[in-house]
Design a protein around this ligand. Structure first.
Ligand code: SAH
Length: 487
């Protein structure tokens, strides 16, 4: 082929669709579903091509319509199930399809737990290049245990944050959820994964707002008052916090707000206003003030009390949080003497669990207010062998090391993006006997385990814990030991 004809061939190709796919848009076909993506979509295979099918489950055969095509994969809409999975169940929630908050309500709970474990295994194998041995004790390879699930996996959330807007011709105030993939707010009074108290708060706040003729916020114009309702419940204590996020400092008819909310919500301990005047998707603005009651509510995890303020990070599923933290403490294998670092410590929750069995715990966290909370929580529980410092863990830990801090155990619980490379390097330099890695994202967990493995650690076991039933989120905790350590 001459150069010229080559160029012509390229331009001829450019005039046509830029790549060949085995299907056309809108074509209907039958596919076998062989897996589930991390977003919870079915993975279909047909003619060697991959089609993602929302609502499909592994093992099913489905009639689908092709909606969108890329070079190597496409998206198709489920038209009809030719063969249903034995794990398919009827989603109990009426608004499941519209909402998008849950992704797996059509998937049997036990099967979901097995899938979550498998998702961890797949990540450890593919990204972490780890050899996974099985579910129980094994001589060689990482043991990935069955996912710790909930006996009753409903009504578990201790926090609700719902957007407020106007709907219909009369512009009535509604609050609920954004219809899947949009910013259209659909009114909702009942969410099956939400604690009853929080649903009640949302219902009451809406009623009061309507009675007091409060203008709902309008995203497109930036006008209106009420933007978000947040409800928080201390599940053990029964204490309730209401946060009203307003566009502007003024909350019209404030005394009536307080009177109405107090009269309707028996467990109410705190009403807080947060001001957000920015044109943004972020729920909160910088200014927070108490309108009535306390700045905090209290909750308890395994006998430890925590003060939680409006902006604190606090795990949303308290029953499973206890299971997760107990597993982290078990993996730390403390005898009472150890020096432990808890990196990404938030309000000191894991730190205080560890402190009950350690010599000393050093917590580090980037949000200064969370560190204030952590110190207060330690004092509240009479725990004096934990100290806390605000700052980026990847900066504070190397400094601690220079100052001579030693660690027998390092616990990390980073956000979804995983640990900073400088932090992993510091762990390798500190040479703790054990590293306990709590993770909300199996892919960054696997990436970081590989780095620690290459630096002289061995991943011994991993336990997935189901913190978010009916959603695709997968939490897990991993134990690593330094090579040559007897454990
Ligand atoms: N262990 C706590 C918090 C885990 S969430 C708990 O279980 O409640 C992760 C925490 O990491 C958040 O509090 C977040 O503010 C914090 N964080 C994020 N980036 C950080 C960094 N670079 N250094 C230290 N903390 C960080």
């Amino acid at each position: 082929m001459t150069r010229k004809s080559g160029r012509n061939a390229r331009s001829a190709r450019a005039a046509k669709p830029s790549y060949d796919t085995p299907f056309q848009k809108n074509e209907e076909l039958t596919v076998d579903l062989v897996g589930l993506t991390h977003d919870g979509d079915g993975v279909g295979r047909a003619n060697g091509f991959t089609l993602f099918v929302q609502g499909g489950l592994p093992g099913e055969q489905a009639r689908v319509r092709v909606m969108k095509l890329k070079k190597q994969y496409g998206y198709a809409r489920l038209q009809e199930l030719v063969k249903a999975s034995p794990d398919r169940i009827n989603p109990p929630c009426d608004i499941y399809k519209e909402c998008g908050g849950c992704q797996l309500q059509h998937f049997d709970y036990e099967a979901q737990l097995a899938w979550k474990r498998q998702h961890v295994v797949d990540n450890l194998t593919r990204i972490g290049k780890l050899n996974v041995a099985g579910e129980r004790d094994a001589q060689d390879g990482v043991v990935v245990h069955p996912t710790i699930g909930m006996d009753d996996p409903w009504r578990y959330r201790n926090k609700a944050a719902v957007p407020v807007g106007a709907a219909g011709e009369n512009g009535e105030l509604v609050a609920g959820f954004y219809a899947r993939g949009t910013h259209r707010i659909i009114d909702m009074d009942d969410c099956l994964i939400q604690h009853e108290h929080n649903d009640e708060v949302v219902r009451v706040v809406k009623k009061v707002a309507r009675e007091l003729r409060i203008q709902p916020y309008d995203e497109s114009t930036g006008k209106g008052v009420l933007r978000h309702i947040m409800a928080r419940t201390g599940v053990v204590t029964g204490e309730i916090m209401v946060v009203l996020v307003t566009n502007g400092k003024r909350l019209p008819r404030q005394p009536e707000w307080i009177e109405h909310l107090r009269a309707s919500l028996p467990g109410l301990k705190s009403i807080v206003q947060n001001v957000n005047e920015e044109h943004t998707n972020a729920i909160f603005g910088d200014e927070t003030r108490v309108l009535w009651g306390s700045e905090f509510i209290y909750d308890e995890l395994d006998g430890i009390r925590f003060a939680i303020s409006a902006r604190s990070f606090y795990q949303i599923n308290p029953a499973q949080t206890v299971a997760l933290y107990r597993k982290a403490v078990e993996y730390a294998a403390l005898s009472g003497k150890e020096r432990v670092i808890d990196a990404y410590c938030g309000i000191g929750t894991i730190s205080l669990f560890l402190a009950r069995q350690a010599g000393h715990v050093y917590g580090v966290e980037i949000v200064p207010e969370a560190i204030e909370d952590a110190k207060r929580n330690a004092a509240l529980n009479g725990i004096d062998n934990a100290s806390f410092e605000a700052g980026p863990a990847e900066v504070v830990m190397p400094r601690w090391r220079k100052e001579g801090v030693e660690a027998d155990v390092v616990v990390v619980d980073p956000p979804r993006k995983g640990c900073d490379p400088a932090l992993l390097e510091t762990i390798l330099a500190l040479q703790p006997k054990r590293v306990v890695y709590v993770s909300c994202n199996p892919s960054t967990l696997a990436r970081d385990l590989r780095i620690l493995e290459d630096g002289g650690y061995k991943t011994v076991e991993v336990t997935p814990v189901d913190m978010f039933p009916w959603t695709v989120h997968v939490e897990s905790v991993a134990l690593l030991v330094r090579n040559g350590t007897v454990y």
